[in-house]
Design a protein around this ligand. Structure first.
Ligand code: GLA
Length: 380
């Protein structure tokens, strides 16, 4: 793929250019914990967004997306958000360049292999790839963490999603064969080997385009914050849900609005599931880890209410198929991909079976992807 991209970009630019690649991510467990200052456990995947850059002949930002056959051109003083994917590039320029605009025009070509809208963080990958390329071409001296934070602010301020740091961090810090156990408060992290040669990570795309996702996502964040505000009245030391125990939460249950309570319960339990899950992974106990994945899905569906009929159906069906250790909906919610841990020998029959079951129910065949945990973003 990388050689094809080089050739493709060479043909388009026909001049000196720079290419950066940044991957999407999976998250094994720990959903909606990042913006609650808890832990997450993502890994970079072997599917990337590629961004090529070269100085332009005119004084403009000229953008082109190979797959969509789309082209846009912006004046260099265009500094606010716009509709569609160019907003991510404008956001990164705004966050990274000292004068908040480019010193000269750029030709930018974007290409990619991450399915968009599948909950694999293609937008974070786009920001990471473009950020890395800008860093290189303008010698900005930004660290990977600073690039990730710029990507998060871009998502928040230029795309309106009040996201946490997980996706951008994973795209920039990925390590082959390792998950990243990230403490979203201190931003300290530990690589945890994901070394299970007898198992594969299989993603099943619900094929649901999650229209509600960003407004509901922002609402979940507000509900968690409302829960923290109430908890603080009784336990002033609690700064975020990461600090709350299940006992503390239950002690205020009668005073808390029941919806906020369910949201908070999910986050507190999910953060604990992640910590328990890391112990299971270190002990090479995939049975135990798989049970936590199922419990995570139940919480996402019942308490956090970010699932959808397609995700619930897929997860439930995996329980009936041999060789599956665990499964759950992954990412922000309302569709996207289900992540499953499947025995090597059962992968083929698993994919055939889950596709058939879904097709009978929803009259469409879901895409499936076998994922390898790979390196983070790089300059090619
Ligand atoms: C999206 C956000 C992340 C995280 C997940 C849910 O991917 O971008 O910050 O909150 O949802 O875990």
């Amino acid at each position: 793929m990388i050689e094809d991209i080089r050739k493709q970009f060479q043909q388009i630019f026909g001049k000196q250019h720079q290419i950066a690649a940044a991957p999407g991510r999976v998250n094994m467990i720990g959903e909606h914990t990042d913006y609650n200052n808890g832990f997450v456990l993502p890994g970079a995947i072997d599917k990337n967004i590629f961004v090529g850059l070269a100085p332009a002949a005119d004084n403009r930002l000229n953008l082109r997306a190979v797959q969509y056959g789309e082209a846009f051109s912006f004046a260099l003083d265009q500094t606010g958000p716009v509709k569609g994917w160019p907003t991510y590039l404008l956001g990164m320029i705004h966050m990274l360049l000292p004068e908040k605009r480019l010193p000269y025009g750029l030709d930018v070509v974007v290409s990619g292999e991450i399915p968009v809208g599948a909950g694999l963080s293609s937008s974070a990958a786009l920001c990471s790839a473009f950020g890395l390329a800008l860093n290189e071409i303008f010698d900005l001296g930004q660290t990977r963490l600073e690039l990730a934070l710029a990507g998060q602010k871009t998502e928040q301020q230029f795309a309106g999603l009040q996201c946490g740091i997980m996706d951008q961090f994973a795209s920039l810090h990925g390590k082959a064969g390792h998950l990243i156990k990230l403490d979203c408060r201190s931003l300290a992290f530990e690589y945890i080997p994901f070394d299970f040669p007898d198992h594969r990570i299989v993603l099943v795309n619900t094929m649901v385009s999650h229209l509600l996702a960003s407004s509901e996502y922002n609402l979940r964040r507000e509900q968690c914050e409302a829960g923290v505000a109430l908890l603080q009245r009784f336990y002033p030391e609690i700064q975020s849900l990461r600090d709350a125990t299940e006992i503390q939460l239950h002690s205020v249950s009668t005073q808390m609005n029941p919806v906020d309570f369910s949201r908070c319960r999910f986050v507190v339990e999910e953060n604990q599931r992640l910590l328990d899950g890391c112990v299971f992974l270190k002990e090479k106990n995939l049975e135990g880890f798989g049970r936590l994945m199922y419990a995570s899905h139940e919480g996402l569906s019942r308490d956090y209410e970010v699932s959808c009929p397609e995700s619930d159906f897929l997860v439930e069906e995996t329980r009936k198929i041999a060789g599956v250790r665990g499964a759950r909906q992954m990412g922000g919610g309302f569709g996207g991909c289900m992540i499953a841990l499947v025995e090597n020998d059962a992968v083929e029959s698993f994919i055939a079976s889950i596709q058939e079951r879904y097709r009978i129910q929803f009259l469409e065949t879901p895409d499936c992807y076998i994922m390898n945990i790979s390196e983070g973003a790089k300059i090619l």
